[in-house]
Design a protein around this ligand. Sequence first.
Ligand code: ZN
Length: 50
Amino acid sequence: MTRARYTKATLPAKPCVACGRPMTWRKRWAKTWDEVKFCSAACRKRVRRA
Ligand SMILES: [Zn+2]
């Protein structure tokens, strides 16, 4: 199990590629964090259209 890597003190973060806002790691992204690029569905749509 690699779950223990993400503790409150070491939450990873990265900017949304659409709006540039920093995204902090969320539990729902636990499995897909490396693939997460957008902070929200709205941002995803924005980039897709561009
Ligand atoms: Zn965004």
